[in-house]
Design a protein around this ligand. Sequence first.
Ligand code: AGP
Length: 607
Amino acid sequence: MCGIIGCLGTGDVTQMLIEGLKRLEYRGYDSAGMAVIAQDGMKVHKVVGRVAELERTLPEDFCGPVGVAHTRWATHGAPSVVNAHPHLDSKGQLAVVHNGIIENHRTLRSVLESRGCVFRSETDSEVLAHLIAHYYQGDLLAAVRQALRDVRGTYGIAVISTLEPDVLVAARNGSPLIVGVRDGGLLVASDASALVAHTRDVIYFEDGEIAALRADGLRTVTLEDLEVSKTVERIDWDMDRLERGGFDHFMLKEIHEQPEVIRNATRGRLLVEAGEVKLGGITLSNRELKKIRRIVITACGTSWHAALVGEYMLESYAHVPVEVEYASEFRYRRPLLEPDDLVIVISQSGETADTLAALREAKERGVVTVGICNVVGSTIARETDMGIYTHAGPEIGVASTKAFTAQLTVLALLTLRLGRLHYMTPETSREIVRAMAELPVKVERVLEHAEEARAAAELFAVTQNCLYLGRGFNFPVALEGALKMKEISYIHAEGYPAAEMKHGPIALVDKNMPVVVIATRDRVYDKILSNIEEVKARGGRIIAVATEGDREIRRHADCVLYVPETLDLLTPLLTVVPLQLLAYYAAVARGCDVDRPRNLAKSVTVE
Ligand code: AGP
């Protein structure tokens, strides 16, 4: 929900903090702040608005060899200077930046106020500054550890103090935190994108770990004060993968990365000749996999839409019953789980709070869990029993695009893996494997017609409402297309199973209502044509996503966006692309901030 960064080095760290914050802005950006320890003590600067505003208004003398910084997505207390981080203790000797939610902050606050602490903000995070100061007796690491033992909730924090200007203390529980190791000092941040400009050598934190960073290294302990040894790992993301690559927005760049993303997600996993797949991350034996009686897939948002496509894939081709659950519902409704169930957890960031909690619920019940994540080393990736990384690379745009396509690719691979254990014949398997190998080129063909999507987006320039309709494998794609349009253009877009339209939504249809219909050539094509006619009869405007070569659809739709033919279970990887482009160009036409849409954060790491 927020981005934090801390730097400790030999020279001034101010610019490193600013650069790092800019990389973290997709995590939240309603206010920002920074603190450094200068010659004459603690310096703090905070603003409402973006990191650029923080940089623009930074005082001249703002510099120091150790500092922390924060970009906020408000959860407790409206965006304001006083609520922005860092938060200080009453004497201004200690500064804390925090990502997460302190659930018992009210109790802690009243106890601290009764001891004379003077609070300045409405935030939960401020209690940390006063609590650590309360426990401080000459050892900042010990004070942070003792304070966190009183805390219930989630946190990723970085702490500095004028009382110990050569140390930066960091800790995590339920919010991501990673240390960067470079010549001349150490950095700590919410994720690797803030570090790659300076180093690709990193150390991952586990929940319940606290570390004291010094110029000569770091010491890590648990909340129980047990020493923890950490290893340095190397990450392969570098700066140019984070740059826009010549596109106006990260989202457009990521839409165009999808052919490569599918290649990366299948690389080493799709054995085209043998018509088989290899999923090293699935450590269950064939015998254990055959014993699976039901699969539950749980996720949020776009990942939940991918889960719905996965349900259709797995039930149609692996003949395994599948249920899809919103993670936020799954975690609280005490779901019925059996020992031979398998729970799959899908999350791009690997840090979504509801999805992580759903995972932990399943693990408590003793069910085997599989993670489908994009961020290597993320919490969900490390807590599932096994998993399959989607290898989509960093997804910076808040609206998820390439991660969705990568998730579908992995779900298709999993369908093949399980299908071959049941009823899928080698011929069917080979046919699907071949079709998957052809997908990157087919997505490239769709992208070559991006200008047609830009033209179609004109229909959305002034509208406030629209409908998305699909059937079968493309019903979840209709939901995903609607979510994209909602997220970045702020148009109220609804996705529905096409046949469901006459049970209510058709009342909304008039000449101002664009209706997007996924009408690829499949066994329900004639039914979808009828749905289109129902809309046309009421003056609705039809944008159809259809199969290349289909001339019939032109007699029914106002605008047609074509995709190449492929197998039914793989059509979502093609039909979603025009819908992503439609949302993107509509948002640009409406002057919206495509990469950082209002009210949204890239990773929802709080409930
Ligand atoms: C998708 O465009 C949204 N940004 C959002 O719905 C997202 O998919 C959801 O928050 C889940 O995120 P995750 O995949 O990182 O868990």
